[in-house]
Design a protein around this ligand. Structure first.
Ligand code: FE2
Ligand code: FE2
Length: 430
């Protein structure tokens, strides 16, 4: 479907000016689709869909980076590469997160935008000179290759999840998005007004980040992910470490939310946050993998809850960044000592997870510093440190009070976990 999106004109590329204008529009398409995916990621409830988005946000940021560099190569002034000349295209892409359901969101990204992008980039390759424009050829072939990989990964999760409903492709919202994209000049441009019927559906829609990160509908609810019962043996320590890892979903949602919330930031901030978002989903997946190996079912035998957002989201996304950055500052030291401990106990899989996590965390600290400076420009370095310490203390107090008051919502998980451990012969000696 959507063949018409990428071919509004007969492509005959013969000059640098045309090439750079088109390259810029591809850059903006990939970047703004990536921002839309980042905006929707916290809302996404379906776990396979959330993991897919985090990975592809990072891949797309690499693609946007190449397209941006190539646009600048083609005599495009640095300042203009970021301005909003393609207004109708940008208007449409900004509406993508207003999808009424997870399925419709995924459909718009993976069955409309990305296939059309592949087609548009192939048309560019066919119409441009492979010698004169060789760097574009090299970049675009990489982008096309990886977009095809993204589509295969999307098909795979849709096939493997019997519960994944297909979106109605004739529904009003999808029809409007598709109509807006084809009438705005597609991905090649030039930019044109959107057809009035699509515009009338999309105009009033505004996406707001959710107050809590969405969690899979099949998972059981809880308030905190930290167990009120301290570990009683090494198996329970392994479980606690893995549950903590699994619940780093919020740490993926936070940089994703920043990418959406803060428009027109320097490109480097988005580029770093995209990698941060993917790393944290990988850390969560490491935890889920360890627990699955131990026979524990995600969201059923242990909780997967957005407790950090629950405690602080009402203050704004930048305060979640503050908390995340503060907690990450202890990360490299904690992860290196956990690695040593797991090595001593011969849990090599957990030791390896901690080792790679530790490597990722060093990057996150520099992304965090850059974002904090950008979103709290009024704070001195000392104030940032003080505010970070304050919110970390509040966070411990928040968890502590749920434990003391018995409002953690963990009882059912402890019961199920104990039964599983007993059945597996891993229960602690009484
Ligand atoms: Fe992490
Ligand atoms: Fe991190």
């Amino acid at each position: 479907m959507s063949d018409h999106l990428s071919a509004p004109m007969d492509l005959k590329l013969r000059d640098v000016e045309t090439a750079s204008r088109m390259m810029r529009r591809y850059y903006r398409t990939v970047k703004e689709t990536m921002r839309a995916m980042a905006g929707y990621l916290p809302a996404m409830r379906w776990w396979p869909g959330k993991k897919l988005l985090a990975r592809h946000i990072w891949l797309d940021s690499l693609h946007a980076d190449m397209l941006r560099l190539r646009t600048l190569d083609l005599r495009y002034p640095r300042v203009d590469v970021e301005d909003n000349a393609d207004v109708n295209l940008l208007f449409t892409l900004e509406k993508i997160p207003t999808a009424p359901t997870d399925e419709q969101f995924l459909h718009s990204v993976y069955e409309i935008i990305k296939p059309s992008m592949i087609k548009a980039l192939n048309e560019y390759l066919d119409a441009s000179d492979p010698l004169d424009d060789a760097p574009s050829h090299l970049y675009l072939k990489r982008v096309i290759d990886e977009l095809n990989m993204e589509l295969q990964e999307y098909d795979k999760i849709m096939r493997e999840s019997p519960g994944a409903a297909n979106a109605d492709e004739h529904g009003e919202w999808i029809t409007a998005i598709s109509g807006a994209l084809s009438s705005c000049g597609g991905f090649h441009g030039p930019d044109q007004p959107i057809n009035p019927s699509a515009a009338s559906v999309l105009e009033g829609l505004v996406y707001e980040l959710p107050m809590e990160g969405g969690r899979d509908a099949s998972w059981m609810p809880a308030v905190t992910q930290v167990s009120p019962r301290p570990a009683r043996n090494f198996t329970e320590e392994q479980i606690a470490a893995a549950v903590d890892h699994a619940n780093e979903v919020w740490a993926s949602e936070t940089p994703a939310a920043l990418i959406w919330e803060y428009k027109n930031m320097p490109w480097e901030l988005y580029h770093g946050a995209a990698r941060w978002c993917y790393d944290e989903i990988r850390h969560a997946m490491m935890g889920v993998e360890r627990l699955t190996d131990m026979g524990l079912e995600v969201g059923v035998d242990y909780p997967m809850v957005p407790d950090h957002w629950r405690a602080f989201r009402s203050r704004g996304v930048r305060h979640l960044l503050l908390l995340l950055h503060r907690l990450e500052q202890g990360g490299p030291r904690n992860k290196s000592s956990m690695k040593t401990k797991f090595m001593e106990k011969n849990d090599l899989a957990a030791a390896q997870d901690c080792d790679y996590d530790w490597a990722d965390e060093s990057g996150h600290i520099s992304y965090g510093v850059a974002w904090l400076k950008a979103v709290f420009p009024e704070w001195s370095k000392q104030q940032t440190i003080d505010e970070g310490n304050n919110i970390a203390q509040e966070w411990s107090a928040w968890i502590g009070s749920h434990h003391v008051n018995g409002t953690h919502g963990y009882e059912g998980f402890l019961e199920r976990m104990d039964k599983k451990l007993e059945a597996l012969g891993l229960a602690p000696d009484k």
